[in-house]
Design a protein around this ligand. Structure first.
Ligand SMILES: *[C@@H]1O[C@H](CO)[C@@H](O)[C@H](O)[C@H]1NC(C)=O
Ligand SMILES: *[C@@H]1O[C@H](CO)[C@@H](O)[C@H](O)[C@H]1NC(C)=O
Ligand SMILES: *[C@@H]1O[C@H](CO)[C@@H](O)[C@H](O)[C@H]1NC(C)=O
Ligand SMILES: [Zn+2]
Length: 315
C-alpha cells in the first residue's frame, strides 16, 4: 500500500496519472474491507501449485478436464475463485465454509461442537465443506455424479478450502472472529491478527528473502519437502486411512493448536508486531502451505484413482 499512497503527489501532474491514482486508491480500499477471511491469494496459489506438482496421471487428467479450458490445466488460476464469489448472492451460502469458530480459549476442535454456521446449521464449516466436496468429486470417476452438483465447482471449492483449513487463524476463537477484531500494527502499517497470518507474513517473507518472486519462494518450499528440512515428515503429513473425516479433523485441530501457541499467544490488541514475531512464525506459515499442498494432492490422487484406493465416504 505504501507505494500507492506515496504516489499521491502525482495528482498535481497530468490528469491521466491522477485518474490512475484515484483508481488505485479505489482498489486499495476495496482490498482493505476488513474481516475478509481468506488465506492470501499467494497462500492459496502456492498450496495449489504444490498439489498440482504432486498429482498422479489420472488425477492430473481429471483436473485438466474439470478446469475451464482457458487455464490449460493450471489449478492455481482458480484457487481463489471461492473467495471471489463468496459475497455474490448465489453463493452466499458458501461464506461460513471458509473457517471454523471454536470456543474462546478451548484450543481444541470438536466436529460436533464446532462445525456449524453462526445460526447453528450443522456441517457448515471448512471441515464439513472439504468432506462434502470430496464426496461429490468421488462420484465423478465412479460415473455416478449427481447432476445437481457441478464437478468443476466441487474441485475449485475443495482446492480452496484445503488451503483455508491449514491457515491456523481460520480455526480460531469465536469472539474475535479468528483474530479479525484484534487490531494491531504489522511493522509500520495497520493490520489485524487474522490478516497477519493470511497475508502479512507471506508478503514480508517475499519482500525480505525472495525478491518478491513467488516462484522463488515456491521452489524453496518444494525443495524443503522433497530434499530438505521436511522430507522425513511428508509421509506422515499425507498419511490418511480410509476415514477422511478423521484426517480433516486432524488438520483443523493442528490449526487451532498453532493458533493458540503461536498466533494468539502473547499478542495484545493495539501492539506492534515486527521482527520477533515474523522470524518465529514464518517457518510455521511455510510449513502449513506445504502441508496443505501435499494433502490436497493426496485427496485428489485418491478420489480420481481408477484403482479402488478412495475413501469410505457417506454418499
Ligand atoms: C455441499 O454442497 C452443496 C452444493 O454443491 C451445498 O448445497 C451444501 O450446502 C454443501 N454442504 C456443505 C457442508 O458444504
Ligand atoms: C459449473 O461451474 C462453473 C463455475 O461456476 C461454470 O462456469 C460452469 O458453467 C458450470 N457448469 C455447469 C454444467 O453448470
Ligand atoms: C527451507 O529450509 C531452509 C534451511 O533450513 C530455511 O532456511 C528456509 O527458510 C526454508 N524455506 C522455507 C520457505 O520454508
Ligand atoms: Zn477462503
Amino acid at each position: 500500500m505504501g507505494s500507492i499512497l506515496d504516489d499521491g503527489y502525482r495528482c498535481s501532474r497530468p490528469r491521466l496519472i491522477c485518474f490512475r491514482y484515484v483508481m488505485l486508491l479505489g482498489f486499495a480500499s476495496i482490498n482493505l474491507v476488513p474481516k475478509a477471511r481468506g488465506w492470501s491469494k499467494e497462500g492459496h496459489i502456492m498450496t495449489c501449485r504444490i498439489a498440482q506438482g504432486l498429482l498422479e496421471a489420472e488425477a492430473a487428467e481429471a483436473v485438466k478436464n474439470l478446469l475451464p479450458h482457458n487455464v490449460e490445466g493450471d489449478l492455481s488460476a482458480f484457487c481463489i475463485w471461492a473467495d471471489q464469489i463468496r459475497h455474490w448472492y448465489r453463493y452466499r451460502w458458501t461464506s461460513p465454509l471458509h473457517f471454523i469458530d471454536t470456543p474462546d480459549d478451548a484450543c481444541s476442535f470438536v466436529y460436533s461442537r464446532d462445525c456449524h454456521d453462526p445460526h447453528g446449521l450443522k456441517n457448515m464449516c471448512v471441515a464439513g465443506a472439504i468432506q462434502n466436496f470430496t464426496s461429490q468429486l468421488s462420484h465423478y470417476t465412479q460415473g455416478t455424479a449427481d447432476r445437481r452438483y457441478n464437478m468443476t465447482e466441487a474441485l475449485l471449492f475443495l482446492s480452496h478450502f484445503m488451503g483455508d483449513i491449514h491457515q491456523p487463524m481460520h480455526v480460531g476463537f469465536t469472539s474475535d472472529e479468528g483474530g479479525n477484531t484484534i487490531e494491531l500494527r504489522w511493522f509500520r502499517h495497520k493490520s489485524n491478527l487474522h490478516h497477519v497470518w493470511d497475508r502479512e507474513i507471506i508478503l514480508t517473507a517475499l519482500a525480505d528473502y525472495y525478491d518478491k518472486d513467488m516462484d522463488l519462494l515456491l521452489q524453496d518450499i518444494e525443495g524443503n519437502f522433497t530434499d530438505g528440512i521436511w522430507s522425513d515428515d511428508v509421509s506422515s503429513w499425507k498419511h490418511c486411512n480410509d476415514d477422511l473425516q478423521s484426517c480433516i479433523n486432524k488438520y483443523a485441530a493442528e490449526s487451532i493448536n498453532i493458533a493458540c501457541k503461536w498466533g494468539y499467544k502473547g499478542v495484545e490488541a493495539g501492539e506492534t508486531l515486527s521482527d520477533d514475531y515474523f522470524d518465529s512464525r514464518m517457518p510455521i506459515v511455510m510449513k502449513r502451505i506445504a502441508q496443505g499442498g501435499v494433502r490436497l494432492a493426496m485427496i485428489l490422487n485418491r478420489v480420481f484413482s481408477d484403482t479402488q484406493q478412495g475413501f469410505a465416504l457417506p454418499t
